[in-house]
Design a binder for this molecule. Structure first.
Ligand SMILES: [Fe+2]
Length: 396
């Protein structure tokens, strides 16, 4: 059977015109046993459409690792380094990840207690809650009515020493069904989004760039962000915005001299826009929580200076200013009509282009609602590529 594709099921909240290229359901192949030719086709589809869904899949951790690795054959360690996340007790990611002993690149994530699972006698899982991360919280009363929030918009990446994974695979094994929830932005806009219980939400980094006004497109194409050393340890004492899109500036980040040992050469400086290896499109790929500085290149020769931001270039080091600027550029793209909330069913496998989308966990489970997912991504063998000279000429 040839590989067939269909559109992803969009909720009524989504602006279908903005999702014409985003996401495909793939039918007619078993993702655990792809031939090299089939894999090539899947790889092209993924970079073109940013997210692929396979339904009713049986996939062992070994098969999931092999599939993930096929996108970057020389990559080996988990996106945050094998077993490292658990050891770095101070990291904000510490409680969220449990490793499958046989295949340490595959993580067990979810909620509730899972017994005798792939070599783990007992794993206590906890779905991340905005209540332990955001500065403000949904009241217990509203939560009981099904109100929730985006937890943290992000790219799967260590953002220090290791390079951002190209692809993440997420496989839903146990998916509790429950009432829909309402994801509230609580940022004064009145924005809210109806979501399935325990959804994973995605936005396109390409759309994030495309909807910007010209002066912010010019800024994006000329800018790079510098991440903090050990960003997840650095941000651990701080609190997030109510939209989960970055951190409030309260001066709570861990001081540099209290971080685990770090080296300047391992700090990551990445372009704001990452070039898609298949389509050549530019995706706005910034993990807002971890950024500490922004570098802006001056306008290229011949570019229009009128209305341009930082026409002579800049190096922004004021954390509040850095975050305000990134938020201004990223917030439009998480508007309710631009979010794809995946409605998980058991045995769904979702592959996403981690260098082309931002995603977030959403929702709140009761302690007895058991959810078990396998997640795999691999620290990449190279760093993302930014805009080329032609892109800068076109957009600056
Ligand atoms: Fe993630």
């Amino acid at each position: 059977m040839a590989i067939e594709t269909a559109s992803l099921p969009l909720p009524p909240s989504a602006d279908a015109s903005k999702f014409a290229e985003f996401g495909r359901e793939v039918k007619g192949v078993n993702p655990g046993t792809l031939t090299p030719e089939q894999f090539k086709e899947i790889e092209q589809l993924l970079y073109k459409h940013s997210a692929l869904l396979f339904r009713d899949v049986d996939l062992s951790p070994e098969q999931q690792y092999a599939l993930t690795k096929a996108f970057d054959p020389t990559s080996e360690s988990y996106g945050h380094g094998n077993n490292k996340t658990g050891e770095t007790k101070k990291s904000i990611l510490h409680p969220d990840l449990k490793t499958i002993p046989r295949v340490p690149q595959v993580q067990l994530i979810g909620n509730g207690t899972v017994y005798d699972h792939e070599g783990l006698a007992e794993a206590k899982l906890k779905h991340p809650s905005h209540k332990s991360f955001h500065k403000t919280r949904v009241s217990d009363e509203d939560e009981a009515k099904g109100v929730t929030r985006f937890y943290r918009w992000h790219i799967d990446a260590a953002l220090y020493d290791l390079s951002p994974p190209k692809v993440t695979t997420l496989y839903g094994l146990t998916v509790p069904r429950g009432d829909k929830q309402v994801c509230r932005y609580d940022d004064g806009t009145g924005d809210e989004l109806e979501v399935p219980l325990g959804t994973t939400v995605f936005v396109s980094g390409k759309t994030m760039f495309e909807i910007l006004p010209p002066e912010l497109k010019s800024l994006a194409v000329r800018s790079k962000v510098k991440y903090s050393p050990h960003p997840y340890v650095w941000m651990a004492p701080a609190h997030a915005k109510s939209t989960g899109l970055g951190i409030e500036t309260e001066g709570l980040e861990m001081p540099r001299d209290e971080l685990p040992p770090w080296e300047e050469s391992k700090i990551k400086v990445y372009p704001v826009l990452w070039k898609n290896p298949v389509t050549g499109g530019l995706h706005f790929q910034v993990h807002p929580c971890g950024v500490s500085e922004v570098f802006v290149d001056p306008l290229p020769e011949g570019a229009k200076r009128e209305g341009a931001l930082y026409p002579d270039g800049a190096h922004l080091t004021n954390l509040g200013e850095v975050r305000e600027l990134l938020y201004k550029m990223q917030r439009p793209a998480i508007a309710p009509n631009l979010v794809y909330p995946h409605d998980w069913h058991e045995k769904d496998l979702v592959l996403f282009h981690n260098r082309g989308v931002l995603h977030s966990v959403v929702g709140a489970f009761a302690p007895n609602q058991v959810r078990a997912f396998h997640q795999c991504n691999l620290a990449a063998s190279d760093d993302p590529v930014g805009p080329n000279a032609e892109d800068v000429k076109q957009w600056a």
